[in-house]
Design a protein around this ligand. Structure first.
Ligand code: BGC
Length: 553
């Protein structure tokens, strides 16, 4: 059966917007963002054009890892509101046509979770093997330690019960043991609960960690992922799992489900993201082009999720040390911008020095890359980071609504930056009034991206441009074609593209007014301004351009 009922595979050209309720909007004046505040801003999000909200963890938590340390999977952190507020938010989001997914953090719990308290209460506790215990843990491989600034082992000795427990992340986050069928059932129950309240799926935290290092080892760890997907589909067709799987392509494709596409629906393209940064640092299309050429096609009904920045550090762990150094030198030269020896705790606009033309190019590139774009709140207005906040919190600062901040009437949960990225310089209200703002640019990119589904799921070909700084590709689907080109450097370049099969076609620019014609031998000359971006729809001479797009069915 051929695909393309766009609403069935809605996630394939969704625009996913990640936000933390805690830092988005305070609705009750206590300095902490909450569901009431978020609900007030749903129209802003709908107006921006995003189609799916990804909520970072909003569950009860001691908050030692910004909510990724959960003490109750079936409730709301009281600082953020009540289940009632959550349901009102869901109702409003659905009324405005927005889907919602949430972080599913079930690799571990907080050590304050009642399950762990019970588990550690004694070796004969009925919940003992809900977690992973050992008398003689394997010696650590330093690469296993995810947060080397705080931990030097993934095992912690528990005095009370005399064994070590596994914690892939911080020691206060003991790993749940999905080797235990009761734990697997409980995870399904959590999914079922939130889907019943309207969620369309989950962003699954730390997927490889979740299915590995469990006791007993699962005969086929991937079967568990397939089971979860099957469960979700039975409950709610069209629900998705968006996986955090930071692995080389050859290992990552297994998480889609070995050609069957029955496990993780969408995986983040961490390799493409890291190579994109290398390309930007060098003003050289090569690294990104090679990622796109190497990248396996996901199985039918699966999709790549594209991003440049997220809520964590900009991890560069899949690049060589020399490549990392190049990126540090270009985008985060001072030590306090760097973290864990492998990443940067900065947002994109500040990394690009606030250069609006370059920032616009970077996001144009993101939206045009084959896959589903995922953006982090505040990117649409070009928010910077606050390096005074600890570690990764530097990028998780309050949303900047107006000149005076506008996030809360009270002292905010985290501080906004000072200087050129402070709210009086970077905020929603000003950019709404300014037709040349980054916010307006995002709206345009989102509109165009949604109108060009072939960009999201078409067959793509990376094109030779004859100029190292210009990256171009074409996406073809159902007889329609879009060609895009981005100039990574700050000088104008003329490029020549060979477009087989588009001889004598007319290319209409989708971002500015203008057309350009393909010659009889299929060549098009494309002038590219400094950090220029072109999105061009191809139409045969006899068809008016507006009729040539792939129509949503
Ligand atoms: C999340 C982090 C979190 C960690 C532990 C990650 O993969 O993205 O923000 O600290 O999981 O839950």
């Amino acid at each position: 059966m051929r695909l393309t009922y766009t609403s069935d595979v809605w996630y394939k050209n969704a625009v996913v917007y990640c936000l933390d309720v805690e830092t988005f909007k305070d609705g009750n004046g206590d300095g902490v963002g909450d569901f009431r505040g978020l609900t007030q801003e749903i129209d802003y999000l709908a107006g921006l054009g995003v189609t799916c909200l990804w909520l970072m963890p909003f569950f009860p938590t001691p908050n030692k890892d910004d909510g990724y340390d959960i003490t109750d999977f079936y409730s709301i952190d009281p600082r953020l509101g009540t289940l009632g507020d959550f349901v009102e938010f869901m109702r409003t989001a659905s009324d405005r046509g927005l889907r919602v997914i949430a972080d599913l953090v079930v690799n571990h719990t907080s050590d304050q979770h009642p399950w762990f308290k019970e588990s550690r209460s004694g070796r004969d506790s009925p919940r003992r093997d809900w977690y992973v215990w050992s008398d003689t843990p394997e010696p650590d491989d330093p690469k296993q330690v995810v947060f080397p600034d705080k931990e030097d082992s993934v095992w912690e000795y528990d005095e009370g019960s005399g064994q070590y427990y596994l914690h892939s992340f911080y020691r206060h986050q003991p790993d749940l043991n999905v080797g235990n069928p009761e734990v697997r059932d409980e995870i399904a129950r959590i999914l079922g609960f939130w889907m019943e309240l309207g969620l369309s799926g989950f962003r699954v935290d730390a997927v490889p960690f979740l299915i590995e290092n469990v006791n007993p080892q699962l005969a086929n760890p991937h079967e568990f992922l397939a089971d979860l997907r099957a469960f979700m589909t039975r409950r709610k067709g069209g629900s998705i799992l968006l996986g955090e799987v930071n692995l080389p392509y050859k290992d990552l494709v297994r998480y889609f489900g070995d050609g069957l596409g029955d496990q993780i629906t969408m995986c983040f393209d961490f390799i493409g993201m890291q190579r994109a940064w290398l390309s930007m640092a060098r003003s050289d299309a090569g690294p990104l082009a090679s990622a796109l050429r190497e990248r396996p096609e996901p199985p039918k009904d699966c999709q790549w999720a594209m991003f440049l920045r997220n809520h964590d550090e900009l991890t560069l762990d899949k690049l060589t040390k020399a490549e990392q150094k190049e990126i540090f030198a270009a985008f985060g030269p001072s030590k306090d911008m760097q973290i864990y020896d492998r990443g940067l705790r900065r947002r994109l606009p500040s990394m690009l020095g606030g250069d609006l033309r370059r920032i616009k190019m970077a996001y144009s590139l993101l939206f045009s890359l084959p896959g589903t774009p995922v953006i982090f709140y505040g990117e649409e207005i070009g928010m910077g980071e606050n390096l005074d906040e600890e570690g990764r919190m530097a990028v998780r600062i309050p949303m900047q609504w107006s000149k005076d901040g506008g996030f809360s009437q009270a002292e905010p949960v985290r501080e906004v930056p000072e200087g050129s990225f402070a709210p009086d310089r970077v905020n929603v209200a000003d950019q709404k009034r300014d037709t040349s703002s980054l916010l307006r640019w995002f709206q345009l990119l989102i509109e165009r991206y949604r109108e060009c589904p072939e960009l999201a799921w078409g067959e793509y070909t990376v094109l030779d441009t004859g100029h190292p700084a210009v990256i171009a590709h074409r996406s073809d689907a159902d007889g329609a074609t879009v060609v895009v080109a981005h100039n990574l450097c700050d000088t104008a370049q003329d490029v020549e593209l060979k477009l087989a099969g588009l001889e004598r076609y007319r290319l209409t620019d989708l971002l500015v007014d203008g057309t350009v014609d393909v010659s009889a031998d299929g060549v098009v000359q494309l002038p590219m301004g400094p950090h220029g971006c072109r999105w061009l729809r191809a139409a045969p001479p006899e068809i008016a351009p507006e009729d040539a797009s792939v129509k949503a069915r």
